[in-house]
Design a protein around this ligand. Structure first.
Ligand code: C5P
Ligand code: MG
Length: 175
């Protein structure tokens, strides 16, 4: 009698991307605190967003939903819903991972990139990885955090936006 372990392992890759416009922090502008992967960075500019504007958490949420063929973040957590206003995006990531896990998937790894002209991630980087891993329910060794400036050009380079991209691998034994 074949066991579940004998069945071929299914693997799915998923990618996600997000961008938030940056403005001077309130009261000068409409910018909220600049939160990346659940860590508030020291910046006079922050995202204009309905939620907390954590582009990295949003990109990663889309990546896991994508790998599981579960659509995207806006379908599950619409920004028109007042319940999602100012919602901690790590909680959105956590809830999306619950959906993904309910479909039988486990996360093999996640590799993410933050595109931000300034500030440099510096010592926030390990905390960002730990936050994302905790929300995903995996060890920090499964999550890699990279960062790029915009080389002073384009929307990122001019400091007009923070962007993030993510790629993940999921696996499950077919039921
Ligand atoms: O964009 P650039 O290639 O010049 O970035 C060089 C390095 O600076 C990146 O590999 C990354 O380690 C770091 N970086 C960062 N935080 C940013 C942008 C870049 O830590 N906001
Ligand atoms: Mg977003």
């Amino acid at each position: 009698m074949p066991t579940a372990e004998d069945a071929p392992l299914e693997r799915r890759v998923g990618q996600g991307w997000d961008r938030h416009r940056l403005e001077p922090r309130a009261p000068k502008g409409a910018g909220k605190p600049l939160v990346v992967g659940g860590v508030e960075l020291d910046s006079a500019y922050g995202p204009v967003a309905h939620s907390d504007g954590d582009a990295l958490a949003h990109a990663l949420t889309d990546a896991i939903l994508g790998a599981a063929a579960l659509g995207d973040i806006g379908q599950h957590f619409p920004d028109s819903d007042p319940a999602n206003r100012d919602l901690d995006s790590l909680r959105i990531l956590e809830r999306a991972m619950e959906l993904v896990r309910s479909a039988g998937w486990r996360l093999v790894n996640a590799d993410v990139t933050v595109m931000l002209q300034r500030p440099k991630l510096g010592d926030a980087r390990p905390r960002i990885g730990e936050n994302l891993a905790a929300a995903l329910g995996v060890g920090p060794e499964r999550v890699n955090v990279k960062a790029k400036t915009g080389e002073g050009i384009g929307v990122v380079g001019r400091g007009e936006a923070v962007e993030a991209s993510a790629i993940v691998l999921l696996e499950r034994y077919p039921s």
